[in-house]
Design a protein around this ligand. Structure first.
Ligand SMILES: [Fe+2]
Ligand SMILES: [Fe+2]
Length: 188
């Protein structure tokens, strides 16, 4: 599907707030795609679609994974909203014709994983550093600047922030995030 058509469909699924965030992610993904040598059109499509499932209710998400035979892990059973990655990827594959690589970038934008592809890294970082993101949860000033210089260091920084935030809140940390961060540190 063409970018414009995807954008129009995504707009129908999301609130204005989330759609604006998605436009920001698409824009940031293009910026990073240029720097890190990824197809800009692909980055833009994945960016606009990454949160397409984000505003489904917990009930809708659980029903969707059941009907579409999407496996769910122990942590997703508790933090149901994490499933918007897997579900969004499934929707984007079926509705927008996304390839496996594009779907993977949607799946892993929530937790990261070991040995991420450049497209996966771009979407992960764009999600946290796009221009509309407010507040200091991901230290946006610093991470925005970093993202243009070294994407792996940006990922480590963002994961550190996320892990620290979750510890502070006494919240669960997905092991995939730990695995992603360890892999980046080992290959620094
Ligand atoms: Fe998301
Ligand atoms: Fe997002």
């Amino acid at each position: 599907m063409e970018y414009k058509e995807i954008e129009e469909d995504v707009k129908k699924q999301l609130s204005e707030f989330r759609f604006t965030h998605s436009l920001g992610v698409a824009k940031k993904a293009v910026e990073l795609a240029k720097i890190y040598g990824v197809d800009e059109e692909i980055a833009k499509k994945v960016g606009i679609a990454h949160d397409v499932a984000k505003e489904m209710t917990d009930e809708e998400m659980l029903e969707y994974v059941k009907e579409n035979n999407i496996p769910i892990d122990e942590i997703e059973k508790v933090k149901i909203s994490l499933l918007h990655g897997k579900i969004g990827a499934d929707i984007a594959g079926k509705k927008y014709g996304f390839t496996k690589d594009m779907q993977d970038a949607i799946i892993w934008h929530t937790t990261g994983r070991e040995n991420m592809s450049m497209l996966e890294k771009i979407i992960y970082v764009s999600d946290k550093t796009e221009e509309n993101r407010k507040g200091n949860r991901f230290n946006v000033e610093k991470s925005r600047k970093m993202s243009k210089e070294n994407i792996d260091e940006t990922l480590i920084f963002l994961m550190d922030e996320l892990i620290a935030y979750n510890i502070d809140k006494n919240a669960i940390i997905h092991p995939k995030t730990i695995e992603a961060r360890n892999y980046l540190l080992l290959n620094r």
